[in-house]
Design a binder for this molecule. Structure first.
Ligand code: ACK
Length: 341
């Protein structure tokens, strides 16, 4: 493959969108010709959906092909799966571009299977990236920058996600499935919020009450979402607190030793996940504030982003990776049903 001819559309953090002719057209006009997509391989799949790596020709000016990720349905998916996908597309169309949110590049929905074309993020999902950094003996970060930068990299991941979510919430959108598995990492290590499958546009209501049934990401959900089916930006903030815990523990599973029913009982009686030993108090206090029972007492994403910025600028090592007690986060439960139950 000739690298000069391949362009991965991705903006570096804190920069305006790049001036690529197609990528800058308004999202409502991003219907893309299916025959200009060449599928290369599968990147991953779920029960009814799959994500493919593809080359798109004519998507940007000056490069012959662009590497993109294509979200589509697998054989056997039903009408409700297609309706969910269309809802996800409609929501993505309404979201302006932001460097910490995976960008919609186009769609092919005139015939089946429907395609949603998004930026390809070469480093995959954040959860796996965090876990891989463990198995490589922390060398992924340590060798490159020296051990003190490990904490800095992780803090930057947390800040990127907070910025992406501050933007999403400013657009009156509730994500409802914020977790490290739904954050993608670009080549330059910028984190981008992804997977709007459960997201809802709440332009006029601010609170979303779930009516349809389906598996739920219980371990990331706020108490009011679990108990009353109520979702707001403040419940996304709760999930962000869990994501912060995932970053600190290098991708461990939240509430490691608990089944969902026990977790719910304990949360109701005031229990919260304890401070990982290798995490500094300032960062743990931020998690705890995200998990306040009263949604209105939780910080906003804007506040979280500002506070993280301050912590980063202080330059202290907030996450001492060398001291992580891996074994306590490696609990595998019998009869575990996965992240969504
Ligand atoms: O870790 P991964 O490679 O990152 O495995 C999952 C898989 O597809 C199922 O979601 C990958 N994936 C999803 N969207 C993208 C994307 N935009 N760029 C690169 N990989 C993606 C995800």
């Amino acid at each position: 493959m000739n690298n000069k001819e391949i362009d991965v559309i991705s903006q570096p953090a804190n920069q305006e969108p790049r001036t690529a002719a197609y990528a800058n057209t308004p999202t409502s006009h991003k219907a893309f010709p299916r025959d200009q997509l060449k599928i290369i391989k599968e990147l991953g799949h779920g029960a009814f959906g799959q994500v493919l790596l593809a080359e798109a020709s004519g998507m940007t000016q000056g490069s012959k092909v662009t590497l993109v990720a294509v979200k589509t349905l697998k054989d056997g998916a039903g009408q409700s799966d297609k309706a969910d996908m269309m809802r996800e597309l409609d929501l993505m169309k309404k979201l302006p571009d932001h460097c910490n949110v995976v960008r919609l590049l186009g769609f092919c929905v005139e015939e089946d299977p429907p395609y949603i074309i998004v930026e390809y993020q070469s480093r995959g999902n954040l959860k796996d990236l965090l876990k891989d950094s463990r198995s490589k003996g922390r060398r992924v970060y340590g060798n490159r920058h020296g051990p003190s930068n490990t904490s800095k990299d992780l803090m930057k991941f947390a800040k990127d996600v907070a910025d992406g979510m501050a933007f999403i919430s400013s657009q009156r959108c509730i994500h409802r499935d914020l977790a490290a598995r739904n954050v993608l990492v670009a080549e330059d290590m910028t984190c981008k919020v992804s997977d709007f499958g459960l997201a809802r546009d709440v332009m006029n209501i601010r609170v979303y009450e779930r009516r349809s049934q389906g598996p739920l990401p219980m371990r990331w959900m706020a108490l009011e979402s679990i108990l009353d089916d109520v979702y707001t930006t403040a419940s996304d903030v709760w999930s962000y607190g869990v994501l912060l815990w995932e970053i600190v523990t290098l991708g461990a599973r939240p509430y490691p030793a608990m089944a969902p029913s026990e977790m719910i009982d304990k949360l109701q009686s005031g229990y919260r996940m304890p401070k990982p030993q290798h995490c500094q108090e300032e960062l743990y206090v931020m998690m705890l504030r995200c998990w306040y029972e009263n949604p209105e007492s939780r910080p906003t994403f804007k506040m979280i982003s500002k506070e993280l910025d301050k912590l980063i600028n202080k330059g202290k090592e907030y996450i001492s990776i060398a001291d992580i007690e891996e074994s306590i986060y490696e609990v595998v439960l019998k009869d575990d049903a996965g992240d969504k139950v």
